[in-house]
Design a protein around this ligand. Structure first.
Ligand code: C2O
Length: 491
């Protein structure tokens, strides 16, 4: 994206660094402190100021999924525009923050010159999957007042510094797809091809693997403001979470060498509007943001992929199934399922494909488990329990059995259609989640655990017991969710 105020090629490339690396180097690292102070400044700006905190957060979403103008209520989800839209969003936000950092006399020159948005790489696991302390302390370390990075509404276990569930931060399934955009039900790595899709207005919507987990899971695990489109970007950790998601896109492209969609297609050329740090309107496309160092003057400190995550599910890398092969439903539940926080199992028979998938002449078929028609049917807090999904999991796993062999992925409800005033039609916007279980089923067959008459899908709540307790230790309930259908597709 060319910037008239920067002479071409003259701008230095800044490094987005790992927040935990910074904080381990020095608690309240100058980069973190500069961010906190800038957030505090932005929060003082008027709600109508496009460079202010409220407006910037409302770009992501407005209550009731309202789109009040060309700039607010815009986030692109369940779509192939998810990654490029959020990259643009972060880029302009980062410039606004940087202009505050530059104007802050309390920030030293070296920090000002180097300042870039840090990222939160929770996927390393362990301590690094807990929220850094600088985001958990209610007051600034110098006693200068409240800490703008602290948000009291987060799940208590997050603000207590507990680690995230390892399943919520997995990258293996996220990185496994070989193709960026695949039509529903699965979505590929980056999401299905859609037009403008904020609230699943495009019937072809489907989230990519990265958008599902860890992206959506981390939103729901952090909880509070982070758990809804309309409030997520009000939590200062939102921006570090998305810097990490943006970083994983770079890992998939450059470390695993996977291709983006054609930049001359509508994926690459659709324009999205934002404001720069002067409050001037700007437009950007995916094609404008594909080379982050050359076009946006930033790079990531580290985009390497751990060995476990790079090998796909079972260490096999197959040729991708052609994305335009129609998917055929070969089995599904007949009744809607209600999920309200506890474990649930459903069993249904699956048949053989009779359509094009059966005629692909021995080519490996792809099996996709889809959880569809997900709606919040009662108003209330967003349903904040995420479920790990297992297939044909034995009831009493023998001690040496690995639940990993039965693990499909997680279902989170970030962006669920909620009953909104004046819109009772949540069904039209109902969420879907899907998982490529080709290798999982192959493993079941090999282990004699495949029975076409009894395909069993198990939902296990992800959050650990302590997360289900309020600050006073009381049991918390969760708003129930209706799942229209669970089905198995073959492509
Ligand atoms: Cu548009 Cu992580 O959200």
């Amino acid at each position: 994206m060319s910037d008239p105020r920067d002479p071409d090629g003259g701008a230095p490339v800044r490094v987005r660094r790992d927040i935990w690396g910074l904080e381990e180097e020095q608690a309240w690292h100058p980069v973190t402190r500069a961010y906190a102070r800038a957030v505090g400044q932005l929060q003082k700006r008027a709600a109508t100021d496009p460079t202010g905190w409220t407006y910037q957060a409302q770009i992501h979403g407005m209550p009731g999924f309202r789109q009040p103008d060309d700039f607010r209520g815009q986030c692109q989800h369940n779509s192939w525009s998810f990654l490029p839209w959020h990259r643009l969003y972060l880029y302009w936000f980062e410039r606004i923050v940087r202009s505050c950092v530059e104007a802050d006399p309390e920030v030293d020159d070296e920090t000002t010159r180097a300042w870039a948005l840090p990222y939160w790489n929770y996927s390393v696991g362990g301590t690094r999957s807990s929220l850094p302390e600088a985001f958990r302390e209610p007051t600034m370390p110098d006693g200068s007042g409240p800490n703008p990075l602290f948000v009291a509404q987060r799940n208590q276990f997050i603000n207590d510094g507990e680690e995230l569930d390892p399943r919520a931060i997995r990258l293996r399934e996220a990185l496994a797809p070989l193709t960026f955009a695949v039509p529903r039900p699965d979505g590929g790595f980056g999401g299905a091809a859609t037009g403008w899709n904020h609230r699943n207005q495009d019937v072809n919507f489907a989230a990519g693997s990265l958008e599902q987990t860890p992206h959506g899971d981390v939103h729901m695990e952090v909880g509070g403001l982070m758990s809804q489109f309309s409030t997520a970007a009000f939590d200062p950790v939102f921006w570090l979470h998305h810097a990490n998601i943006d970083r994983v896109w770079e890992s998939w492209r450059h470390e695993l060498g996977r291709p983006d969609p054609d930049a001359t297609s509508s994926w690459g050329t659709t324009g999205f509007g934002f404001h720069d740090e002067q409050g001037a309107e700007v437009t950007g496309t995916a094609a404008d943001v594909l080379d982050i160092a050359a076009q946006l003057q930033y790079r990531y400190e580290d985009i390497s992929v751990p060995a476990f995550d790079r090998r796909g599910r079972r260490g096999r890398v197959e040729e991708p199934v052609p994305a335009d092969t129609p998917a055929e439903l070969i089995g599904a539940t007949e009744e809607p399922l209600r999920l309200s926080g506890s474990s649930q199992d459903v069993t249904f028979p699956v048949g053989r494909p009779t359509g094009p998938a059966d005629r692909r002449g021995g080519a490996p078929a792809q099996l996709i488990l889809a959880v569809e028609g997900i709606e919040q049917i009662e108003s209330g807090d967003p349903p904040d329990v995420t479920y790990a999904v297992y297939v044909n999991m034995p009831e009493d796993l023998p001690g040496d059995a690995d639940p990993e062999d039965y693990y499909a992925g997680n279902v989170n409800f970030f962006g669920i259609a909620e009953p909104a005033p004046g819109d009772s039609d949540t069904e039209a916007h109902a969420l879907r989640r899907s998982f490529d279980i080709t290798d999982l089923v192959e493993g079941l067959r090999a282990g004699g655990r495949w029975d076409p008459d009894a395909f069993t899908v198990s939902f296990r709540p992800l959050v650990r017991g302590r997360a289900r307790r309020g600050p006073g230790g009381e049991e918390r309930t969760t708003t129930p969710v209706r799942v229209g259908r669970i089905g198995l597709y073959v492509r």
